[in-house]
Design a binder for this molecule. Structure first.
Ligand code: GRG
Length: 304
């Protein structure tokens, strides 16, 4: 099968998983559930669940553990909920104040600001409710509870103050200021890389990977995340609103220092390629990692 067909099948499968875990739109709280479902079903590349799925398969192969994708499903859905909440809150007037996301009106534009805040909160809370459903999947007798609790610890640490929220805090506080290279890397590592690492590490943990495999997953995430964020900075300058599904020039509008504003497009492309190469070096240690390799390579040439 061609890479693009395989990708399409996998994204279709991931979308189906996400839909299965979403709450029913009923009850007096129906509006917030509608806003939650609207935000997560608005589209998106589903990169994080895809990376999780690939790392899970690679580590199952390396450890000889039977591949049972159903054990990963609550985590794929949960991580996409965390990611979506971060986008919903990032778009709020108090943050980036954007009207368009994934080609559709942002959640607060469609449902109002209060529902925008609540839908983000609901997504984060529901992500925990979703991840903990994994506990019901298997008998606790084997090491299943240990793997699930380790994965949950990884997910929420990397999404929290020592991860994504920490990076976003510095990003918000430094808005409109020149920042040093060191501060910029801190923001990128935390705001972007930690959630990408969370995907890969969760896949490795649920597959019962060794310490070395989990460490490798974390490093692949860090390098892929740095390349991903620099590419995001480039697209914010060179793409267009229709392709990107969100307004371009948002970094400049918000007075943000980015790798592109400091070093220019050519150097940014070089740096993103360099980080991608570092991720590929680790990926190539593993048998059956061809699809992950191609995915990480393709992120460099993505158009949105
Ligand atoms: C509000 C706590 C909080 C955090 C916000 C994720 C984030 C932190 C801000 C969004 C803006 C931004 C540039 C984030 C960096 C990560 C990134 C490039 C997100 C976009 O991810 P994609 O391209 O989006 O995977 P889709 O729509 O494809 O899922």
């Amino acid at each position: 099968m061609q890479y693009s067909e395989e990708l399409e099948d996998k994204v279709k499968y991931i979308n189906n998983v996400i839909e299965r875990f979403l709450p029913e739109e009923k009850g007096p709280q129906k509006t917030v559930i509608e806003a939650l479902n609207y935000s997560i079903l608005a589209g998106g590349k589903r990169i994080r669940p895809l990376l999780m799925l690939e790392m899970y398969g690679i580590v199952c192969r390396a450890t000889g553990r039977e591949k049972r994708e159903d054990e990963l499903e609550p985590f794929m859905a949960s991580l996409e909920m965390i990611h979506t909440y971060s986008l919903v809150h990032d778009d709020l007037p108090e943050m980036d104040n954007d009207d368009l996301r994934r080609g559709k009106p942002t959640t607060h534009k469609k449902y109002g600001q209060a529902m925008g805040v609540l839908a983000g909160d609901a997504l984060l809370n529901y992500s925990v409710e979703t991840a903990t459903r994994a506990l019901q999947l298997k008998d606790p007798a084997d090491d299943w509870y240990k793997r699930v609790l380790t994965a949950i610890t990884v997910l929420y640490k990397k999404a929290g103050i020592y991860g994504m929220i920490g990076g976003q805090t510095v990003d918000v506080e430094k808005n409109g200021m020149m920042v040093s290279d060191e501060e910029l890397v801190f923001v990128y590592r935390n705001k972007t890389c930690e959630l990408i690492s969370a995907a890969l590490v969760t896949g490795a943990v649920i597959a019962g990977g060794t310490g070395e495999m989990i460490e490798d997953a974390d490093r692949i995430g860090e390098y892929t995340g740095l390349a991903f964020q620099i590419t995001d900075d480039i697209l914010d300058v060179i793409s267009d609103e229709k392709t990107l599904g969100k307004p371009i020039g948002s970094d400049e509008k918000n007075g943000k220092t980015t790798y592109v504003s400091v070093h220019g497009i050519a150097k940014a492309k070089e740096k993103a390629a360099e980080y991608t190469e570092k991720a590929l070096e680790i990926i190539d240690k593993y048998k059956g990692s061809g699809f992950l390799r191609k995915t990480v390579e393709n992120l460099l040439d993505r158009k949105y």
